[in-house]
Design a protein around this ligand. Sequence first.
Ligand SMILES: [Zn+2]
Length: 662
Amino acid sequence: MQISTDNLRFEIDENGGNAGFIQSGHEAEAVRGSDFWRLILDDGLRTEIPVRSSKQQGKATVKDGVLTVRYDKLVSDYGDSYDITFSVAVTAEDGLLRFVPTLKNGAADVRINECFCPLCDFETLGGDKASDALYLPNGLGRRVENPWAHLESLTGNYYSHDTTEIFIHLHYPRASMGWFGIESGNRFLYVARYDPEMRHCFMTIRQRIHHTPLDLMVGFDHFPMAHTGEELTLPPVVIGMLDGDWRCAARRYRAWADKNFFKVQPKAEWVQNMTGWQRIIMRSQYGEDYYTAKDLPRIYEEGAKCGIHTLFLFAWWREGMDRAYPIYKEPFAGAFDELKKNIQKVQDMGGRVILECNCHFLDPQGDYYKQYGDEVKLLDINGNEVRPAFAYPGMGEFRITYGAKQFPLCCAGTERWREQLMAQMRQLRSLEADCLFADCYGGTPYQPCFNHRHEHGLRIDEEWIYHRKFFDKAVEYCKEENRVFAVEVVTDIAAAYTQFIHGLVNVDFKVKSDAFPALFRYTFPEVITTERGIRSEEGDFDRQLRCALVSGMRLDAELYVCRADLGASPKYAAETKRYTDIQTEYAEFLLRGRFTVLDTSALPYYIKRGEYYSEDGTKVLRILYNAAQETTETVCGVALRPDEMRFDIFDRDKYEKELNQQ
Ligand SMILES: [Zn+2]
């Protein structure tokens, strides 16, 4: 029995055995009989009981274009039989195979924690394995060459796998998009979850260890956490072998996003033209004042000299950075009035001010935690409070080693927390900030919530349904108040609500890196985002900045991890000036135009290329940068000296036509 698309079909025997994903032209190399789904059960004592499709007796039927594989009971790897009804519906839709699992847990005392579906096992994707490339939405994107060998290289990490398989995975939505894939020859294996509710999941890539030939199992791991008596249908996952490169997949995902959740938020003119910002902590975790409100006009001037006209302020409240959340009190009587006046002074000088508040953390020493902590806090799968911490050293050694301030995490699944966040938005507004900034809140920086008293109940994967209720209100409020709403952590779902997004730490522009920012930039070119992590004038910071500029990033001047302004670092300031001068000179492309990828010809390792449509769509700007320290390279017929950037503007039609002829 089978369901077919152009280049890929799913086949299975009538009894549910011998499942396989068959690529046209590569029938003989198809893997048969691997698991195409798995469940992980939990009876409290044995917390990861595997159930594999390859070891079940099922019944496959095809009716009206739907292949249904149904199981009336399941048997685990340990030989126990469970009263769990499971079925997978497979259809072909728009050239893709679409998998929808349904489960009903009739077994006493066991929870269905995870559902891998589909898992698609391949030993080849048709191309030369060494030239295959995995594209992952980690940060703005990663491109991993030869993923077969990459996973094999992890085999030695004995403690991080189960002695049978190794895996890498990404949590979505923490990953920036809900799709990934592998380029092989002139085809692209596209894997995506089409869930408008953005339920939490892993995108997973697994490999059998010590197995020849090397395989890759790609798929999604859903988190049903289905208790006895529950019946659930999980979101659809699609898989297809597309003709073309990664851009075909990006366009497919974008088309789905446009139909299901994405909208481009109109942007304030100052946001559209924002070259970057100085990101500043005013009071440290140790109560030390790096800056007070009266310093703001001077800090603004330091930035303005370098073409930076925005301030991004943290820790403007009494206790200082990462303390007292979610209560923001004034440092002394009249301090907020002084802050407001100085923000207005900066605005009178032509500047803009972003004020930050945290949207995810509680201070366990604070009154709010004592009063409402149990109601709003997130619990993990073991029922424990989760307490991450950020450690910033002060002058002492004890606190940085043993005393980092911990933060219990909050869940959007309570009205109280969402109202608290709205109160924070109003407080930022009352201080006359141009932008109300929700920190840690564009993705899911930590983990799903098992506090079943929350509105998501037992559905630990449904936090975004509630998260978006806050986003809706914040967007509406900012519109009414003529303010800008923005967040941290780049995800496509957050991009649908915000005017810009500050990148998270996995955004990197190192010269040597597998970072592939074009993945997100090409899929969602309207999204304004930043570089991050270039914190001082040490090392090759200047070349990292130029790599970020190639990708059209707005500059995040976070000197000494936000402890200093541009006046403290003449070399960094000079590079900032150079960066913003280029942004200004090519503003119709870099600030108001549209990132794209037209030329996909291979580049020498150190060469970076960026392409942009002009605001009016008639021209193309091509940036080439040789990030090497010593080697001159010739690319696209142009010789580039070490550390040379080159900017060329072309007529769009002519540029595209010439590329098509190559
Ligand atoms: Zn919750």
